[in-house]
Design a protein around this ligand. Structure first.
Ligand code: DAH
Length: 342
């Protein structure tokens, strides 16, 4: 029986350690220990010159055989340990695709959209139809057709953003009055037109360079200020409650004659006067009036046969009134703490 050679002894030791290894890191340690540059096999091969020539070939073969055996055992055990590890992960971290997911957060309509839809619903119940117009408008529809010729001082009130001298972002929804008359042609006309408007105003608590209005237009025979006031009273009480009162104050708009400012009684103090209404008891929501004969003419309607009333209210204003919101900028800051309240 031949005694085991040096390489053979290390091979057996290494294979036993590989057999017992529990983790891939153990294998790496074993590899460095036996096969590394400072390991026993390497130093044996390096010391070959010290031994008798007749034994060199046998030792070299034994050392190479031991090296290959250790490498094979390391690879086999490595593959085994990796399989075990992956099988373990597959079990403990398995994704159960039948497991119900976390509930999705439900969004809801923006408070301005809610208020706009409420206004639409109330007026539709009175027979008004929703009519939309472009936000990029011509100078003629935005001003001239509404009786505001070039150079008219009232243009200052509706300073807007111009693309060209003739094309601008509409400063109010009133131009849709003209478009509606031109499209419908034959009265009776009962329309409301909600939408975005733009003005050259710096943002502050009560105004923004972009905002929304809802315009109303009625063209029929023998309409009166009383019809207009009754319609608007109905709208306000439907939105805010029957205890609300409305009033009109004389004012001026080039496209109406007579013209009025339209106020709603303060919901906090019921008209007595408080901080919220600046002690007036009333809050202004917009303008209104009897459509100017020239405006009817510009829309292609004969003012000798027909007359009309119109109004233009700010939707943000109406939402602020409804929910006692003090700063218009809140509507556009997309802060969920604000939006989720409505
Ligand atoms: N367009 C006016 C504005 O933006 C509001 C307005 C006033 C509209 C009177 C009307 C009206 O239809 O009759 O200030």
């Amino acid at each position: 029986m031949s005694t085991p050679s040096g390489p053979d002894i290390y091979k057996r030791k290494a294979l036993a350690e590989i057999e017992a290894a529990k983790a891939e890191t153990d294998l790496e340690r074993i590899r460095i220990e036996y096969l590394g540059r400072k390991g026993p096999l390497a130093s044996m091969l390096a010391g070959m010159t010290q031994i008798a020539v007749s034994q060199r070939a046998a030792l070299g073969a034994a050392a190479n055989e031991a090296k290959r055996a250790i490498e094979d055992a390391l690879a086999a055990k490595g593959a085994h340990l990796r399989d075990v590890r992956l099988a373990d992960i597959a079990e403990t971290e398995a994704i159960d695709i039948t497991f119900p997911g976390p509930p999705l957060g439900r969004g809801h309509l923006h408070v301005l959209t809610q208020v706009q839809r409420q206004i639409e619903t109330v007026l539709e119940s009175l027979g008004y139809k929703v009519e939309l117009g472009p936000e990029v408008e011509t100078e003629w529809y935005n001003f001239e057709a509404l009786n505001i010729p070039p150079g008219h001082p009232a243009r200052e009130n509706w300073d807007s953003f111009y693309f060209t001298p003739d094309l601008l972002l509409r400063a109010h929804t009133s131009p849709v009055q003209i478009r509606a008359m031109q499209r419908i042609k034959e009265p009776p006309i009962y329309i409301i037109t909600p939408g975005r408007c733009y003005r050259r105003d710096a943002p502050e608590a009560t105004r923004l360079p972009y905002f929304s209005q809802v315009e109303g237009l009625a063209v029929d025979k023998g309409l009166t200020v009383g019809d207009m006031k009754g319609t608007l009273l109905y709208m306000i009480q439907s939105l805010y409650g029957e205890e609300r009162k409305v009033r009109v104050r004389p004012s001026y708009f080039p496209f109406t004659e007579p013209s009025f400012e339209f106020d709603v009684s303060c919901g906090i103090c019921a008209g007595a006067g408080c901080k919220s209404c600046r002690h007036k008891g009333w809050l202004e929501v917009g303008g209104c009036g009897m459509v100017h004969p020239q405006v009817l003419r510009n829309g292609g309607i004969d003012p000798d046969k027909w007359n009309g009333y119109a109004w233009g209210f700010g939707i943000e204003r109406m939402a602020m009134l409804k929910h006692d919101i003090e700063d218009i900028r809140l509507f556009y800051e997309s802060d969920l703490r604000f939006l989720e309240q409505f």
